[in-house]
Design a protein around this ligand. Structure first.
Ligand SMILES: *[C@@H]1O[C@H](CO)[C@@H](O)[C@H](O)[C@H]1NC(C)=O
Ligand SMILES: *[C@@H]1O[C@H](CO)[C@@H](O)[C@H](O)[C@H]1NC(C)=O
Ligand SMILES: *[C@@H]1O[C@H](CO)[C@@H](O)[C@H](O)[C@H]1NC(C)=O
Ligand SMILES: *[C@@H]1O[C@H](CO)[C@@H](O)[C@H](O)[C@H]1NC(C)=O
Ligand SMILES: *[C@@H]1O[C@H](CO)[C@@H](O)[C@H](O)[C@H]1NC(C)=O
Ligand SMILES: *[C@@H]1O[C@H](CO)[C@@H](O)[C@H](O)[C@H]1NC(C)=O
Ligand SMILES: *[C@@H]1O[C@H](CO)[C@@H](O)[C@H](O)[C@H]1NC(C)=O
Ligand SMILES: CC(=O)N[C@H]1CO[C@H](CO)[C@@H](O)[C@@H]1O
Length: 834
């Protein structure tokens, strides 16, 4: 096929009129076409930087500022998924109000002159519960999700059509003069396609027909889908698409990176993943050079918050807090600033990049020049890039067109005039910042709290749902709640005194009560949701009467990916008691009683009205399993983002004025401490006074150390220096400052930018430290070597803290220590100036 430009516009006359009408906005639509090089908007080739910002992960009040920070950061396109389970909570009942006003969100993007990449799915994964699919879909008879299955196709088509029609009615597609230039159907279907065999392939063809038939006038992509049917564009997701992407599956399709992961989502029990600005910048630019990339979407640009019960299994309530805009909507530096500089440098070279002919050749052993020549390759050098892909090692000097350049490891330099370097991906000039949480209000007095304890249900009374077997957790709750109570009882005469209760659960957490007393708790993890819980049954129940056993099974969000999601199950699947005589009693087939959810959830005790439905008592120190706590507070005076510090609590959910700020699980520790201590409270959810805070605690945390904190960000510059020790040719020591007589060592100097002082030594090691001073100084990139003087930090702090400049000798005398005699040593210091 010789089609080089695919025209998708149905009615170009209408579109041109719309374009004219919207011409004042920078991102006015236009016919979106493409070829093997790039997307073209209104006939103009574009290199587009896109940033994912998901409207339900912030509030409408935050949208304008998030979008404006993205625009200021050099972002051209805002990418968002569409969240089916939020928009259609019950079959046929739709919600597009308030925080779900996707039309309002897109119009805000348009008003700020940016484009939109609309990722409809409607299966989206996105670390959302059930991958964004409504849980009621499970109950459609005969349904198989994401396959050539009529019931699924009916619902999928209905919702997809509804979204497209709604956006078309508002003229939001570029072909109508709107900002939407690109759309996505399904999500990483390539990961599961094989599991569905021929039915998967048929589904894929059906999808292509469906979306083409919607006549949006914009191209559609399928990410991680190398066999995407014509005319859908296959695109890459990952951290390193400049290395991994196999390329478009047709020469007339552009190279698109739909998810360049700025970090990774965090799960409870895991530390936050930090991806440095320099690593992101390197791979982004490499994709442009090595894969002819012309569209890069940062996933995420702002992660935000998984409010309510919206996170998928074990995923933390904060989402991609390490993205260029943090959870609270503040720039994360130097990431935001470094990428802004990258975008500006690439934009300044966009024309030759897109129209020039690329030639690449070596300028060192493994260093490369990527040069773009004008006039079909016969003309002048129009822009050049110098690439050093070596991940480690020292900077490499190279010669390019008679000029000398030094290329830091894993870096790309941009030479817009083929001569001067305006940007290097590993050289950060943007300032850094750090976020400080300050306690604004501490709820540390018992009088501030009231409590309401959930009763532990027993087999007889409250458990209206009955069965002769163990029911699946998800099929029984239908995800109306995280909680499902399982109750049974046995005759004490049947089982000899005491014994071991052994519960096998598919996940995610479980608390076990015997006669109303908790005897054990256990939980799984993101990697392994299932677990066994073994609990000692209490001694002493004499042979008369019954023993009442209650299991509280808890889901922590539903799984978001994998084939055959409709069959996924949770909760206990095996319950046995091994008695004192080693007799095993199996309770799988036994009369069980169930209660879905907490009484407090049913009564909505987290709302003003619901709170009046129950009898609250004054705070008692003794924790009884499953307690609701309630207090009232005034808004903090500081004009800063707010978070609830739940570091002293265990696990549960918290509400402010009836709105859930999400699940908390502060007790799920990692080697560095709690997985998540702070939980974002959107400013717009609180009023000046009389705010109702309700916390449901299922593990027994201490509410007396809960606080309302404010987040502030402090800018600092980072200094890094690495000096080898040596007895020969010591640097000259400023004599007036020479306080030591023995100067047979090299000198290490630090100097802060004007009007700032050294406020922190972030890293110091005299010995054989590892790490280099090129690249962004992410602390994990520096390590003490086998040889390290324990005096390093104290020595640097003594010499440098509070000073504008300082110096130390790199010698045993200075450190009063020789950590490894006869081994060449060096000193690596990372300091911060504020
Ligand atoms: C599909 O949408 C149509 C029109 O909106 C509606 O009448 C019909 O009930 C929907 N079908 C299903 C299965 O949701
Ligand atoms: C990039 O585009 C050029 C010119 O169209 C082509 O020769 C080259 O093979 C492409 N490179 C990749 C990795 O697709
Ligand atoms: C490099 O220097 C040589 C010798 O002076 C000269 O002939 C050549 O034109 C120079 N090349 C560039 C790209 O400046
Ligand atoms: C509990 O049950 C599991 C699964 O049947 C089994 O592997 C495990 O050994 C049992 N533990 C004890 C202590 O009996
Ligand atoms: C177990 O529950 C039954 C029925 O509610 C009750 O009569 C009995 O007292 C309970 N047994 C214990 C030991 O609590
Ligand atoms: C209360 O919280 C603060 C800040 O998180 C912590 O430093 C302190 O140790 C806590 N105190 C208690 C008694 O838990
Ligand atoms: C100075 O330091 C060097 C090397 O650490 C040592 O060999 C020498 O003895 C020192 N000189 C004096 C005067 O302390
Ligand atoms: C395809 C790809 O680049 N995958 C990478 C995504 O990011 C994770 C870490 O966050 C890497 O382990 C993968 O290799």
């Amino acid at each position: 096929m010789m089609v080089t430009v695919v025209r998708l516009l149905v009615n170009s006359v209408v579109a041109l009129l719309m374009v004219a009408a919207a011409a004042s906005a920078a991102a006015a639509g236009g016919e979106v076409t493409y070829d093997g090089r790039s997307l073209m908007i209104g006939g103009q080739r574009k290199i587009l930087f896109s940033g994912s910002i998901h409207y339900p992960r912030s509030t409408p009040e935050m949208w304008p500022s998030l979008i404006s920070k993205a625009r200021e950061g050099g972002i051209d396109v805002i990418a968002t998924y569409i969240f089916w389970n939020l928009h259609e909570p019950q079959s046929g009942q739709y919600d597009f109000n308030g925080g779900l006003d996707v039309v309002g969100f897109i119009k805000e993007v348009q008003a700020q002159g940016l484009y939109v990449f609309l990722r409809i799915g409607p299966f989206i994964e996105a670390e959302r519960s059930y991958g964004g699919l409504p849980v009621w879909l499970r109950d459609i008879p005969g349904i198989v999700f994401r396959s050539n299955n009529d019931p699924y196709k009916v619902y999928m088509q209905n919702f997809t059509t509804k979204i497209v029609t709604m956006l078309q009615s508002q003229n939001l597609f570029a072909s109508q003069g709107g900002p939407i230039i690109l759309a996505q159907v399904e999500n990483e279907y390539g990961n599961v396609e094989e599991a569905y065999g021929e039915e998967g392939k048929s589904y894929l063809r059906w999808i292509a027909e469906l979306v083409v038939g919607l006549n949006t006038g914009v191209p559609w992509v399928m990410c991680k889908q190398d066999d995407a049917p014509e005319p859908l564009i296959n695109s890459c997701n990952g951290k390193k698409c400049g290395e991994t992407f196999v390329g478009p599956n047709s020469p007339n399709k552009p190279s698109i990176w739909t998810e360049n992961w700025t970090t990774r989502y965090q799960a409870f029990g895991e530390d936050a993943v930090v991806r440095s600005a320099t690593d992101i910048a390197f791979h982004t630019l490499l994709f442009i050079l090595a894969k002819n990339g012309s569209f890069i979407n940062y996933y995420m640009y702002h992660g935000g918050t998984n409010f309510g019960r919206s996170a998928s299994a074990f995923v933390t309530t904060n989402y991609y807090d390490q993205a260029p805009i943090d959870e609270y909507g503040m720039e994360r530096q130097p990431k935001w600033g470094h990428l802004k500089e990258l975008h500006a440098a690439v934009k300044s070279s966009a024309a030759p990049l897109l129209s020039g002919v690329q030639v690449n050749f070596p300028v060192g052993p493994n260093q490369w020049a990527y040069v773009y020549y004008e006039d079909g390759g016969t003309g002048q050098c129009a822009v050049a890039f110098l690439v050093n892909p070596e991940k480690h090692g020292t900077p490499v000097p190279v010669t390019f067109q008679n000029g000398s350049y030094v290329l830091p490891p894993k870096s790309i330099s941009i030479l817009p005039d083929c001569k001067n370097v305006v940007f290097n991906t590993a050289t950060v000039s943007a300032q850094s910042n750090s976020r400080t949480m300050s306690r604004s209000k501490i709820f540390d007095r018992p009088e501030l709290w009231e409590e309401y304890k959930e009763a532990v249900p027993r087999y007889d009374d409250t458990t209206s749902v009955r069965s002769q077997k163990l029911l699946d957790h998800i099929s029984t709750t239908k995800d109306a709640s995280d909680y499902l109570w399982y109750t049974f009882r046995y005759d004490n005469q049947r089982i000899s005194n005491g014994g071991l209760l052994n519960v096998t659960s598919l996940g995610h957490a479980l608390h076990v009560f015997v006669n109303g007393q908790r005897v054990g708790s256990a939980h799984g993890s993101h990697e392994k949701p299932g677990f066994n819980l073994v609990a000692q049954l209490p001694q002493g129940a004499n042979s008369a009467g019954t023993t009442n056993v209650t299991l509280l099974s808890v889901t922590v969000g539903l799984q978001d990916s994998g084939a055959f999601l409709e069959k996924k199950a949770a909760g206990p699947i095996k319950v046995v008691i091994r008695d004192q005589n080693d007799v095993v009693h199996d309770f799988r087939k036994h009369p069980w009683g169930y209660q879905v959810g907490m009484v407090g959830e049913k009564l909505q005790v987290f709302t003003e009205q619901g709170a009046r439905q129950v009898q609250w008592r004054s705070f008692s120190n003794g924790f009884n399993p499953i307690t609701w706590y309630k207090t009232v507070f005034d808004a903090p005076l500081e004009d800063a983002p707010i978070a609830l510090n739940l570091g002293s609590m265990g696990k549960g959910e918290a509400w402010i004025n009836g709105q859930s700020i999400g699940r908390f699980w502060a007790s799920y520790h990692t080697p560095k401490g709690s997985s998540q201590t702070w939980y974002h409270v959107p400013r717009s959810w609180i009023k000046p006074s009389g705010n109702l805070l309700v916390v449901l605690e299922e593990e027994g945390g201490n509410p007396l150390n809960v606080s309302l904190d404010t987040a502030t960000s402090t800018a600092f510059s980072q200094l890094c220096t690495h000096v080898a020790a040596g007895v020969d040719s010591p640097d000259r020591v400023p004599s007036e400052k020479s306080r030591r007589t023995n100067t047979t060592g090299r000198l290490m100097r630090l100097k802060c930018p004007k009007k700032t002082r050294i406020s922190k030594i972030a890293f110091a090691s005299y010995g054989t430290p590892m790490g280099s001073c090129s690249g962004e100084k992410v602390s994990s990139e520096y390590l003490e070597g086998a040889c390290h003087s324990k005096n390093s930090m104290a020595t640097l702090e003594k010499e440098c803290l509070g000073k504008e400049r300082c110096w130390t000798l790199v010698s045993n005398e200075q450190f009063n220590d020789d950590p490894c005699p006869h081994t060449p040593k060096s000193l690596l210091v990372v300091a911060e100036c504020t």
